[in-house]
Write a protein that binds this ligand. Structure first.
Ligand code: DGY
Length: 325
């Protein structure tokens, strides 16, 4: 008998056909109230789940006694209670690697957009406010040659370092749980304490995952260490930052600008004070959002799920403690 899969993210026709050849698929088209009800109804029969952007907590997953595997279409796994899944021997997989370069591109887009005030100035042109050659009041700041500070030197951090070092001649500083000799050699990068990096870097980029240890890592004290010329970039998770503290720092120009792809609450409320600030570039959690990369992520998630449901170890298994092979 075919295994039951609940899909809470739409797949391309090719991937959908592949999944349907091997599994009985229930598609939840949208995660609105109706969709969530449909999901709850489908959970009791589910062997596998595939999707993203939904907090799957114990209260929900207790409804799925037969569940064997969850394939998340994301690299971040902060929507899952890993200890709970491991206790229940539910295999959780994610989609690393395939999104690394695209997400680093987004990071660099935010670096350039904030430093060169691209959105603010483009809006000025669009709204008919470009009356004469712009002067110092509209000048930005250079990116090339400035110091790039990366907090969390994982795959995405490395891809950002590569762009900064080779593309823009930027000295690279980094902070992470452990020293990375290969990264230091390749990008001439220097390790710093968190405080040291915040004080020295021109661009401070967060690329680390949200965990109990990183939640609220950057707050009032940390913003106070940054310099008025610093530009803060967040492509990791909103909750790594105390958003109220960041708003204060931006409002009072204790830092120059922020490029933000992630927020404490998503979607960002349209009345968020962040949207009143000219020195903020806010994007809609689009780090990996290109046609090519989202398809590659979905393919990777389908591969992981089919492997898990066939009794094989998924390539991107997040909780090896759940593996009983
Ligand atoms: C990821 O893959 O974790 C991205 O941030 C999308 O959630």
């Amino acid at each position: 008998m075919k295994k039951q899969v609940v899909l809470y993210k739409k797949l391309s026709p090719t991937l959908m056909t592949r999944l349907q050849q091997q599994c009985e698929v229930t598609l939840i088209e949208s995660l609105d109230a109706d969709g969530l009800m449909k999901l709850r109804d489908a959970l009791p029969g589910a062997h596998g789940l595939l999707g993203a952007s939904l907090k799957l907590d114990a209260a929900l997953l207790d409804l799925a006694p037969q569940l064997q595997a969850i394939a998340s279409v994301s690299v971040g796994v902060d929507n899952y209670d890993i200890d709970y899944l491991t206790r229940r021997k539910i295999l959780l997989s994610n989609t690393p690697d395939v999104l690394t370069e695209t997400t680093a591109d987004t990071g660099f887009a935010l670096i350039l957009a904030t430093a060169r005030r691209v959105v603010e100035l483009a809006n000025m042109v669009r709204s008919g406010q470009w009356h004469r050659n712009i002067g110092p009041a509209h000048f930005g700041t250079d990116v090339h040659g400035k110091t790039l500070g990366i907090i969390g030197m994982g795959r995405i951090g490395e891809a950002l370092a590569q762009r900064g070092h080779f593309g823009f001649g930027m000295p690279v500083l980094y902070h992470s749980q452990s020293r990375k000799p290969a990264v230091e050699a390749r990008f001439d990068a220097q390790y710093r304490s968190l405080e040291g990096l915040l004080q020295e870097a021109d661009f401070i980029c967060l690329t680390l995952p949200l965990t109990a240890q990183t939640e609220g890592l950057i707050g009032t004290e940390q913003f106070a260490l940054m310099r008025p010329e610093s530009i803060f970039i967040n492509i990791s998770r909103g909750k790594v930052v105390d958003e109220a503290a960041m708003i204060e720092a931006l409002r009072h120009q204790r830092i120059r600008a922020a490029g933000l792809d992630v927020f404490e609450r998503e979607p960002l409320n349209h009345d968020s004070p962040l949207l009143q600030l000219n020195n903020v570039v806010a994007t809609p959690h689009m780090g990996s959002a290109t046609h090519e990369t989202r398809e590659a992520m979905a393919r990777c998630a389908v591969d992981n799920l089919l492997a898990a449901l066939a009794g094989e170890k998924p390539v991107n298994l997040v909780n090896p403690g759940a593996w009983q092979g």
